[in-house]
Write a protein that binds this ligand. Structure first.
Ligand SMILES: [Zn+2]
Length: 290
């Protein structure tokens, strides 16, 4: 499959304040798969940055896409691109295992759904900074902030597991540029009234592009509808995490028969690699029967 163009649900704001919302993606190749498979234990946001850096050819008019730019993409835009990479690599059909949410059923069920049914909230960005006037109850201050991006996720991923409140405060400290035109210190953020923190967080959520993390499912056993959780990032990363030994076997198989180099084989898209393996297998089968 060739490169494909997509429009980001949010948009990337460059250093000059210009918004770029078109991205050109290259399909995953064996090198990317080997990278993901070989980095068990790497925090998901760090791996996502590395993966997207390999596959994003262009953001708007920017040709030289650095890891730094990929980190500064909004959280929702990064997930959106991962979803598109998934479609380009494995297609649009997702097969997942879920548990029925009704306590009297809890049946495990295989479900099929298409990636285009995952709701995406578009939120075209106009600039990096947003302004919010807090309600009188929250202090009435004027807050200037940016939306959370991949770098925030990378920095806070460890803290999220151990201390969620501290992670939330650190995220605010990273994203809030000013309160009443003064840059806040970490201590100022920690001592903000809870209503003020909540209002800023709600406004961030309202303004950010989002990929839904749940969908409507119907239980095949009890036939009732419920909302099932679906974490795009976790699902696609696990799916990509082809066992390294399987990938090496595929490389060996193609190298052995076609005499291609490892570099040539890993440079292929997964789709092409699998296609050659299929053709080879059919050919071997035919020879065996002859
Ligand atoms: Zn059920």
């Amino acid at each position: 499959m060739d490169r494909m163009a997509f429009q980001l649900p949010g948009g990337f704001v460059d250093d000059d304040g210009q918004v770029h919302d078109h991205v050109i993606l290259s399909p995953l190749c064996g090198f990317s798969e080997r990278m993901v498979a070989g980095r068990n234990g790497t925090p998901a946001p760090v791996l996502l940055t590395a993966l997207l850096s390999r596959c994003i050819d262009k953001i708007g008019s920017i040709d030289q896409v650095t890891e730094g730019m990929v980190r500064r993409l909004l959280v929702g835009d990064r997930l959106f691109l991962l979803l598109k990479l998934r479609e380009m690599t494995f297609g649009r059909n997702i097969q997942a295992v879920i548990n029925c949410s009704f306590p009297d059923c809890r049946a495990r069920a295989d479900i099929d759904f298409a990636t285009e049914n995952i709701p995406i909230t578009q939120s075209p960005q106009g600039s990096l900074w947003h302004r919010l006037q807090l309600s009188p109850a929250a202090g009435g201050n004027i807050v200037t902030f940016r939306l959370p991006n991949g770098e925030d996720q990378e920095m806070l991923t460890h803290l999220l597991d151990s201390n969620e409140d501290m992670a939330a405060d650190k995220l605010l400290a990273r994203c809030v540029e000013s309160i009443d035109a003064v840059r806040p210190a970490m201590a100022d953020i920690i001592t903000l009234p809870p209503t003020a923190k909540a209002e800023i967080e709600q406004e961030m959520e309202r303004l950010a592009p989002r990929i839904s993390t749940s969908f409507e499912a119907r239980c095949p056993v009890c036939d009732r509808s419920f909302t099932a959780a679906f974490d795009v990032q976790e699902f696609v990363m696990a799916e990509l995490n082809t066992r390294l030994d399987l990938l090496l076997k595929e490389v060996h198989y193609l190298a052995f028969h076609y005499h291609w180099s490892e570099k040539e084989i890993l440079g292929m898209t997964r789709q092409n690699r699998r296609r050659y393996i299929e053709v080879l297998s059919e050919e071997m089968e035919r020879l065996n029967h002859a």
